[in-house]
Design a protein around this ligand. Structure first.
Ligand SMILES: NC(=O)NCCC(=O)O
Ligand SMILES: [Zn+2]
Ligand SMILES: [Zn+2]
Length: 463
């Protein structure tokens, strides 16, 4: 039985902050006690004085090795989960994809194959349903039973992942019966494609135009429609990567009515803007993702939503494409730029900076980055907290260390950083995954294959 003792740190969970020693036994948290009050012996002692001891991050939205836009996102499960660990994230939930004409099962099997034996940290899967038909609906029941309890549907990307309103309603009805959670990419893709075609025909082809055609109103309209469909179906709804103030307003209205409607935003919408998309010499391509970055004014609504709990989760939507050779596929036509940003390594630090800057409290940082994603997707209290019986997924965080984000020093397999040159206060020092050190005093000590597939129960966040 391996025992690790973490002494003298400030243990921060979503519920409380307390100075405590933490005893870890056989991969789980065994006990917490007032510092120095117990005579615990241990194989390994970690001095956490002047540090925070926080739950490992739960990033509920990643895309490793995702086929998209004629290429694949550039992080494998091996490189992406290692980078996640460097950034204090100890669980990811990635999206397995059903291909058109294929089954959910075949898609899920393919994602298990990509991930099994390669991950540095624990992982689960959501399922992207891109072909909702009678057999898909039946398969949903089986997947929920075995721990894939959430399904993403796209109102965007016609011809690729798009589902029409009838398909979305059917999937929601099924989820209403089997306990699954429907996640929606809420943008009116049909209308957006008209605007894309018109813009390109006029010769407006720069990355900046990506942000102009994917209008905030079309995100808000789709968000409203998804909410109404979920209401008709009697199912809960989780809207992914919310970026527009108008979409937050729709979520707020629905939540004020008492509906089980939830929203996720991502660091890129909180820290970046259309100014980045407008960077010259095609540099704006680095910031092309959907929903798109918005004018800076939207950020206040997102921060407000996070404080008021109209937005509950911050995930990364990590979907990296190298600038050279991948983003460049869209030179001369912004609509061919593969959509997605890297960020799995940066989320915990950027959100700690939000604590430093006064946007959110320390406990809210842990709530939106660890506890609520675990609850939302059926992993709590195994993940997302530090309590007796929980997995010992623990980060020793130095709140005073200074760092500068750069592609030169990050660990994601991508040739740029969306946050290049940004100065942050706070840095991950040591990371335990089920009690095993994966980062030790800023050295990688993990291994591919340590990370285990983690089946999930159904949403634990409903009214
Ligand atoms: N978000 C993005 O631009 N790429 C990943 C796919 C998605 O989440 O829509
Ligand atoms: Zn999406
Ligand atoms: Zn995504």
């Amino acid at each position: 039985m391996t025992r690790t003792l973490i002494t003298g740190g400030l243990v921060v969970t979503a519920a409380e902050e307390t100075h405590a020693d933490v005893l870890v036994e056989d991969g789980r948290v065994a006990a917490l006690a007032t510092p120095g009050s117990q005579q615990w012996t241990a194989d390994r002692v970690i001095d956490a004085s002047r540090k925070y001891v926080v739950p490992g991050g739960v990033d509920a939205h990643t895309h490793m090795e995702m086929p998209f836009g004629g290429t694949f996102s550039s992080d494998t499960f091996e490189t992406g989960t290692r980078a996640a660990a460097w950034g204090g994230t100890t669980t990811i939930i990635d999206f397995a994809i059903q291909s058109k004409g294929g089954s959910l099962r075949a898609g899920l099997d393919a994602w298990h194959e990509k991930a099994d034996g390669r991950c540095a940290i624990d992982y689960g899967f959501h399922m992207i349903a891109s072909d909702v038909n009678e057999s898909t609906l039946k398969e949903m029941d089986a997947l929920v039973e075995e721990g894939v309890t959430s399904f993403k549907l796209f109102m965007a990307y016609p011809g690729v992942f798009y589902s029409d309103d009838g398909q979305i309603l059917r999937a929601m009805q099924r989820a209403g019966q089997n306990g699954g959670l429907i996640m929606v990419h809420a943008e009116n893709g049909i209308a957006i494609d008209v605007l894309v075609e018109q813009a390109v025909a006029r010769g407006h082809t720069d990355p900046r135009v990506h942000g102009e055609v994917r209008k905030a109103l079309l995100e808000a309209e789709a968000t409203y429609r998804a909410i109404k469909l979920a209401q008709v179906a009697g199912a809960p709804l989780y809207v992914v990567h919310v970026s527009a103030a108008e979409a937050v307003a729709e979520l707020t209205r629905a939540r004020d009515e008492g509906l089980n409607v939830f929203g996720e935003t991502c660091p890129q919408y909180l820290f970046l803007s259309t100014d980045n998309l407008a960077e010259p010499d095609f540099e704006g391509a680095k910031y092309v993702c959907s929903t798109p970055l918005r004018p800076r004014e939207h950020q206040a609504a997102l921060w407000r939503g996070l404080r008021s709990n109209d937005l509950q989760v911050v995930s990364t939507d990590h979907c990296p494409f190298c600038f050279t050779g991948q983003k460049e596929l869209g030179r001369g036509d912004f609509s061919k730029i593969p959509n997605g940003l890297p960020g799995v390594e940066n989320r915990m630090d950027l959100l700690h900076q939000a604590v430093v800057d006064g946007h959110i409290s320390r406990r809210r940082w842990i709530e939106i980055a660890c506890a609520t994603p675990a609850r939302m997707f059926g992993l709590y209290p195994q993940k997302g907290t530090i309590a007796p019986g929980s997995d010992a997924d623990i980060v020793i965080y130095d709140p005073r260390a200074e760092q500068v984000i750069s592609a030169e020093t990050h660990h994601m397999n991508v040739d740029y950083s969306a946050y290049e040159g940004r100065r942050l206060t706070g840095r991950v020092e040591t990371v335990l995954s089920r009690g095993e050190p994966v980062i030790s005093q800023r050295t990688y000590t993990g291994r591919a294959g340590h990370g285990a597939y983690t089946p999930r129960s159904t949403c634990q966040y409903l009214n």
